[in-house]
Ligand binder design. Structure first.
Ligand code: CP
Length: 336
């Protein structure tokens, strides 16, 4: 079994199925705290430094919320312009300093492999909240948690999954990390729908094929959406050379109720890492799907809290002490 305590979480490549099972199991144990049925103060006194050098809503806030829900304190730096990185300080020096102030660090940065570079200078666990177009490991773990829970009513699990990934598969780090994790399971079919110029990197496709999975690469929606899960991604405008170049690909693969009813199965679950681009010209994941039970996108985002709580508990070695630090919730809540 992988040793979690004191470890950095930088890439999904560091996990095997046993490690993932452990993370998903601890994530489930976090539900009563996230749903305010009880409090847990197992990390009372611990400090998370949340360093977000690239925009974020879900990842940054859910890391902070997860740490608070376990009783810890959160400090934040948002934007490189508010950090001494903008004065030429290296990631290594920044890590040396910030890790002295922290028990654990979560970090997002626009450059690929920058979080691993930062971790080399850190004396405390560093969790990758997204490094450029490379990886988003905590998103992939919450995606797996979501797939597992959404498939449970259909008596399915993570093996024998038929999933369609659609959108900007070249730049979308969430689909890179998710594909790598799915390769660990058995008999997976992944249909990859993207414009030819935005297809999944060859190295990830080859690894899936070499692991014996069925991969379909296409730029057509028709006939390719009858699956257990459709996972759509945004055109990652910030990774293109110009906004005009990104515009070329907007709206190619719009998913709305009409497309869903025409091409998906009755029970196809819709996922998206969010943010979805809701501007009319984006024509991406239509709001007319909002009343569909199979639209899992907000449950998916909520699961991010559970999975990040689990990762904090595991990396700080308190996952077996949760019960000892439980307290009642004393304020009004409508969550439970
Ligand atoms: N899914 C995700 O990473 O969202 P944010 O960019 O809002 O953190």
């Amino acid at each position: 079994m992988m040793k979690f305590e004191g470890s950095h979480i930088l890439s999904v490549s560091q996990f095997d199925r046993e490690a993932i099972s452990r993370i998903l199991e601890i994530s489930s144990q976090m539900a009563p705290y996230a749903m305010r049925k009880k409090r847990c103060t197992v990390l009372d006194g611990a400090i998370l430094n949340n360093l977000f050098f690239e925009p974020s809503t879900r990842t940054r806030v859910s890391f902070g919320t997860a740490f608070n829900l376990l009783g810890g304190f959160v400090r934040e730096t948002v934007g490189q312009e508010n950090s001494s990185l903008s004065k030429g300080e290296s990631l290594f020096d920044t890590a040396k300093v910030i890790s002295g102030y922290s028990d654990v660090i979560a970090m997002r940065h626009p450059k690929m492999h920058s979080v691993a570079e930062f971790a080399q200078g850190s004396s405390v666990p560093v969790i990758n909240g997204g490094d450029g177009a490379n990886e988003h490991p905590t998103q992939a773990l919450l995606d797996l948690f979501t797939i597992q829970s959404e498939m449970t009513p259909f008596n399915k699990g993570l093996d024998n999954l038929n999933i369609t990934l659609m959108g900007d598969l070249k730049h979308g780090r969430t689909v890179h990390s998710l594909s790598k994790l799915l390769s660990l399971y058995n008999n997976i079919k992944i249909t990859m729908i993207a414009p030819k110029a935005l297809q999944m990197p060859d190295s990830i496709v080859s690894a899936l094929v070499n692991a014996g999975h069925e991969i379909v690469i296409t730029d057509k929606i028709e006939g390719n959406l009858a699956c257990d899960v459709i996972y759509q991604t945004r055109i990652q405008q910030e990774r293109f050379a110009s906004k005009d170049e990104a515009e070329l690909y907007r709206g190619h693969f719009s998913l709305n109720k009409e497309v869903y009813q025409q091409y998906c199965q009755n029970n196809t679950v819709i996922m998206h890492p969010l943010p979805r681009d809701s501007r009319p010209e984006a024509n991406e994941l239509d709001t007319d799907l909002n009343d569909l039970d199979n639209l899992a996108i907000f449950r998916q985002a909520q699961n991010g809290v559970l999975v990040r709580m689990a990762l904090f508990a595991l990396t700080l070695g308190v996952e077996n002490q949760l019960n000892q630090y439980e307290k009642p919730v004393t304020w009004y809540t409508n969550k439970n």
